[in-house]
Design a binder for this molecule. Structure first.
Ligand code: SF4
Length: 330
């Protein structure tokens, strides 16, 4: 792999709560190659959105990064001042959020919000910025972009609002986009259109995309590489072929088994038994142990090793470590 565009090393993010420190991200490391679509997948509360926000220095207070490094093109983002990060956000790394209705300013026309991004980063101004914005809106499939430019967010459908968010993300021509559940709030048809659009833009502009989602099905469609998160840790990582067809980690197996697969409405969906422990819990050993059908005595006492398989495939599980005992049973 050539030098990664984004490198995250032992990132830790915590939130103080009345019940103790909530460890949202518990030491995750990954590299994203230039031009790659890197998927981060997991259940709600696994730390995937906090990871995306941490990259851009947008962890909501009182949360804070308590350890690790985030490097973008070799620059340590954590060492940057807030004004330096403001210059970088949108210009070099942009983010697309889940809920466009909440992310857009209801008081300004959508066109002026795209132009504001161009002005802020000195990409274009005045009539030139307007023309660029209209062209971008047309490229992103907004009908009659000249008219849409002067509309307010509430006058647009959810799908159109998300296209405007994509326009804003692309307005300053960044090379890395973080899409955080960018299609989750949309209905299924519009979701497919936005996904297709993201994919087209990524290829056309040679963008690097970090695609954050709870939906393994979407990951299969769009990603080159996938990291599966559970309780703030990466439990399995690899290309989609490895993750979907050579699955190693019991949690990933559980997620895959829970995907709907043509059941009738009478048949229950598969679920992973138990629930995710509190983020304030002190974890010894494997965080998935209370829910794992393959749990062994050492799983509750010793942190699982990070075991590498073919290519970039890896999983954190005692089933595969050097000390794995063939035939050892729960
Ligand atoms: Fe299950 Fe143990 Fe592997 Fe954790 S380390 S996933 S508890 S087998």
């Amino acid at each position: 792999m050539t030098a990664p565009i984004l490198s995250v090393d032992d990132l830790r993010v915590s939130f103080p709560t009345p019940h103790g420190e909530l460890h949202a991200v518990r030491g995750i490391s990954f590299n994203v190659a230039e031009g790659q679509v890197f998927g981060i997948v997991g259940e709600s509360g696994c730390g995937k959105s906090v990871t995306g926000r941490a990259i851009l220095g947008l962890v909501p207070p009182p949360g804070r990064i308590v350890g690790g490094r985030i490097c973008y093109r070799g620059e340590d983002l954590a060492a940057k001042s807030e004004p330096a990060m403001r210059g970088l956000r949108g210009r070099r790394i942009a983010m697309v959020f889940q809920d466009p209705a909440a992310a857009l300013n209801p008081l300004f026309t959508v066109g002026s919000q795209i132009v504001a991004v161009m002005r802020q980063h000195r990409i274009a101004k005045g009539g030139h910025a307007r023309r660029r914005a209209v062209d971008l809106m047309g490229e992103l499939g907004l009908p009659r972009p000249e008219d849409v430019f002067d509309r307010y967010p509430h006058q647009l459908s959810g799908g159109m609002q998300q296209r405007i968010m994509l326009c804003m993300a692309l307005a300053a021509e960044p090379d890395l986009i973080i899409a955080d559940e960018a299609t989750t709030a949309l209905d299924v048809t519009i979701q497919a259109q936005i996904l297709e659009l993201l994919s087209t833009m990524q290829r056309r502009r040679s963008l690097t995309l970090v695609f954050i989602t709870h939906d393994l099905g979407l990951v299969a469609e769009i990603c080159d590489h996938v990291a599966v998160l559970y309780m703030g840790r990466i439990v399995e990582e690899g290309d989609p072929e490895s993750i979907f067809h050579k699955t190693r980690h019991p949690y990933t197996e559980g997620l895959l088994a829970a995907l709907p697969s043509g059941q009738t409405w009478r048949e229950p969906l598969n679920v992973i038994p138990g629930s995710v422990p509190s983020g304030t819990a002190h974890i010894t050993g494997c965080s998935f142990a209370p829910r794992c059908a393959s749990v062994m005595p050492r799983c509750s006492t010793t942190e699982p090793p990070d075991v590498r398989f073919a290519g970039s495939h890896r999983a954190a599980c005692h089933l595969y470590g050097d000390d794995a005992v063939p035939g050892e049973t729960p």
